[in-house]
Design a protein around this ligand. Structure first.
Ligand code: LLP
Length: 421
């Protein structure tokens, strides 16, 4: 459920007209509904209320400081994968003891930063990384709290680029060598082994892969207990899918119930790392039609947002619904919706049945709140879009549109190349 709805054929975000925002801030822009974000977080959090748990929003899905602050205010923590995300999480006011840190390539500087910040847990992805973290911690006279990220070898039945829990993926430690690695970790000074972690993939629309992964981790936790290694935290990652088109993913309540049923009677604190399910359908990308063009057998709607603004259609052939902001126009036609970027792969939709549009019309690319702005780039020297947050009848710029000056910030022309004259 979300709060983007038509009123008299005009698209509204909560109580604010989308067209009115476009007039104020120009296009393209990302637009988020605060009520939707809060509702999704709260529904997800409550679904686990019968168990000790912490919802660590996955910052990579949407890292805008204002949204992160919303989650802090709701009692959430964060799943981070870089020093940059740690910086954002801390700037949003997050208690470091609610931050878990995953990722296969943590650098020395990032490990030091996380150790200094006293985060809750490192989710460690390889034996070499384990050694590195232990060594850094010893040097700082600390004990690093760690979980091993387990690769349970489960097919999440999702797009191959976002499946992460199969043996051939780069993520985690093979479940078959997990016991050995845990024993090694428990003997390393500088480490405090407190958790087991896994994340098997993203945009999952079935419960079974999650439950199967959990059942393998349960086995592991029991084996560890027999060996005197007590686990306090079980981090089940994120991955719950959303409806982009016709998918019918489980409701958070069903997902939570299935996990909690499988979990009992283990006595551990659960950590969840949802991203998409919280923000995906809480955000849209608003773009304006520039031109219409027909070539032999094809219609193109050329808009002012491109693959640099929203990469998902190009990268994963992902479907994102496209709604007219004003739906009074009668009639439909089939077209590709493409951006201004100089790549044939620059499209937001292909062979899509759209309501008729004219240059100047506004289109809303739906379900763009997760992995939208965070995957945006400056390709073709295009300033990144503005981000707007609506709260009831008010809207706030939560990230200004980039300027040309922003584009060249940090670049330097060495003196030997001469003056511009
Ligand atoms: N935890 C870890 C360790 C992750 O790698 C991810 C996502 C999450 C949690 C959050 O997963 P979610 O609940 O959002 O599914 N760019 C792709 C998605 C990549 C997901 C990467 N990892 C897309 O646009 O579909």
């Amino acid at each position: 459920m979300h709060f983007f709805q038509y009123r008299d054929s005009q698209l509204f975000c909560e109580e604010v007209s989308v067209a009115a925002i476009a007039d104020q801030v120009g296009t393209p822009f990302y637009l988020y509904s605060l009520a939707t974000v809060k509702r999704h977080f709260t529904v997800f959090d409550r679904a686990f209320s019968s168990s000790l748990h912490l919802v660590c929003f996955s910052v990579k899905a949407n890292s805008n400081l204002a949204l992160l602050r919303v989650f802090v205010n709701l009692g959430g923590g964060f799943d981070i994968v870089s020093g940059g995300e740690l910086y954002r999480a801390l700037n949003a006011g997050c208690d470091p003891k609610k931050i878990v840190y995953s990722g296969v390539g943590k650098t020395s500087a990032e490990i030091d930063y996380a150790l200094k910040s006293d985060i809750l847990m490192f989710n460690v992805e390889s034996p070499m990384e384990l050694e590195a973290i232990a060594e850094h911690a010893r040097r700082m006279g600390k004990e690093a709290p760690v979980a091993l990220r387990i690769n349970p070898d489960i097919d999440p039945k999702t797009h191959p680029y976002i499946a992460t829990g199969l043996r051939q993926n780069k993520f985690g430690i093979d479940i078959d060598s997990a016991l050995r690695e845990y024993e090694a970790a428990s003997k390393l000074s500088g480490l405090n082994v407190i958790g087991v972690d896994c994340h098997i993939g993203s945009q999952l629309t079935e419960i079974e892969p999650f439950v199967e992964a959990l059942s393998r981790l349960k086995w592991l936790i029991a084996e560890l207990k027999d060996r005197g290694i007590d686990i306090n935290y079980l981090d089940l990652g994120g991955g719950l899918g959303i409806t982009y088109q016709e998918e019918s993913p489980p409701e958070p309540r069903q997902y939570a119930q299935a996990l909690l049923d499988e979990l009992s009677p283990l006595n551990v604190e659960l950590i969840l790392e949802p991203g998409r399910v919280i923000v995906g359908n809480a955000g849209i990308l608003v773009t304006r039609v520039l031109y219409l063009k027909q070539t032999a057998g094809k219609n193109f709607v050329i808009v002012d947002a491109g693959m640099n603004d929203l990469l998902r259609p190009s990268l994963y052939q992902a479907y994102q619904a496209i709604w007219p902001v004003d739906k009074t126009q009668q009639g439909t036609f089939v077209a590709d919706v493409v951006g201004p970027v100089c790549e044939s792969g620059d499209f937001l939709a292909r062979d899509r049945c759209l309501s008729k549009v004219e240059p100047g019309d506004l289109l809303a690319v739906m379900s763009a709140g997760a992995y939208g702005f965070t995957m945006a780039s400056n390709y073709n020297s295009r300033p990144r879009a503005a981000e707007i947050l609506v709260d009831d009848d008010k809207s706030f710029i939560i990230r200004e549109r980039e300027s040309y000056v922003d584009l060249i910030r940090g670049e330097q022309i060495p003196a030997f190349l001469g003056d511009s004259g």
